[in-house]
Design a protein around this ligand. Structure first.
Ligand SMILES: [Fe+2]
Ligand SMILES: [Fe+2]
Length: 355
């Protein structure tokens, strides 16, 4: 594989109107750790919160810009429809359903998608989220060596009309779930799904820019006249978990995505280190992309560029990570050095967060 093949997602960044509701949802309901509380470096009057696993490992990170006055965003071409977090088994998926429903969060599923089983719900700003089982994976209907080489068709029981919607709605974990058990803990980003107006052009772009290869050509199982393609870090023998980007192919005149609350702002992929990222930046420039300079984000270094359909991508380095400026990540409001002199003013403008 090329040196410009990403190891998968680093983080996704969303927009939230009320960070207190976001904290309650992602930390207390989904069981993420708040690994960093800081401000938007470009607008220090608002929070930038980072959630992740215990260590804030790349691939587990979801971050939020706080835009309190933001209108609701909208998914569409060049934007994200949903992102999925990984759970180990169908049993833990059902436990998540019981847990969320018991706390007033409506869900849809479990949906048998073939490659995995999925549960859907929304965050407080309306972003669609999914929890998906790790397996069985993309090799259930094509040989592992030739994934993505044929157009596949889901079984009729996976499609509207053939699904037993009442049975799906009724199925849940038989016992009350009163805590997020270690087995339930979400294991990071499973896949991210967006919309594009040109799947072939998107495919060329993901391969050239990120080294992602097609692993599935299928259809949107909720709307089977819409094509649904999947790309991932794939070497012909395995698909790396936490690297699946999937796109619905929408017609060119369909609505475009609009930034705002409840809409993903950008998706970041991993580069192992600064040297690799510098080379990657040169590579992106050499294929004709417009790429930002390297930005120091304190916890990683970032470059930004756009897909042909307008989607904003970032490549972020794995290090230095969230323990670079505090021993107990997430415990205090952290500011970059150049904002420390304004700490009192900045803190007084931010609403207080619990815990
Ligand atoms: Fe999905
Ligand atoms: Fe980012």
């Amino acid at each position: 594989m090329s040196q410009f093949t990403t190891l998968g997602f680093h983080h996704v960044t969303l927009v939230a109107r009320d960070v207190r509701a976001t904290l309650a949802f992602y930390r207390d309901l989904l069981g993420f750790r708040l690994v960093k509380r800081t401000v938007n470096f470009d607008d220090p009057s608002s929070y930038h919160l980072y959630f992740g696993n215990e260590t804030g490992a790349p691939g587990t990170i979801v971050t939020f810009f706080e835009w309190p006055a933001s209108a609701r965003g909208r998914y569409g071409i060049g934007g994200i429809h949903h992102h999925a977090f990984s759970t180990s088994t169908r049993d833990t998926l059902l436990q998540w359903k019981r847990w969320l429903n018991g706390r007033g969060v409506p869900t849809s599923g479990p949906m048998e998608r073939g490659y995995f089983t999925s549960l859907y719900f929304r965050d407080p700003d309306g972003q669609v989220l999914e929890i998906a089982t790790r397996g069985p994976g993309y090799a259930i209907d094509e040989p592992i060596g030739t994934l993505g080489s044929t157009q596949t068709q889901p079984g009729s029981t996976q499609l509207p009309g053939g699904r037993d919607e009442a049975a799906i709605a009724a199925e849940t974990w038989p016992e009350p779930v009163n805590a997020i058990t270690p087995e339930m803990q979400l294991a990071g980003l499973h896949h991210v799904t967006g919309m594009t107006d040109d799947l072939d052009r998107a495919s060329e772009f993901y391969e050239a820019a990120l080294g992602l290869r097609m692993v599935k050509r299928s259809v949107n199982q909720d709307s089977p006249d819409v094509l649904h393609y999947f790309w991932a870090n794939y070497d012909g023998t395995r698909v790396l978990s936490g690297s699946s980007l999937t796109m619905f192919g929408w017609p060119p005149r369909a609505p475009r995505a609009q930034y705002g609350a409840g809409q993903t702002h950008h998706i970041a992929f991993r580069a192992p280190d600064r040297e690799s990222q510098t080379a990657w930046r040169e590579h992106l420039l050499s294929i004709g992309l417009s790429v930002s300079p390297v930005m120091d984000r304190t916890y990683f270094e970032s470059i930004y560029f756009r897909a042909p359909d307008g989607m904003l991508f970032e490549i972020a380095t794995d290090g230095p990570g969230f323990s670079v400026d505090e021993a107990e990540p997430g415990s205090a409001l952290k500011l970059p050095e150049w904002l420390e002199t304004r700490r009192t003013e900045i803190e007084s403008a931010l609403q207080k967060l619990s815990g």
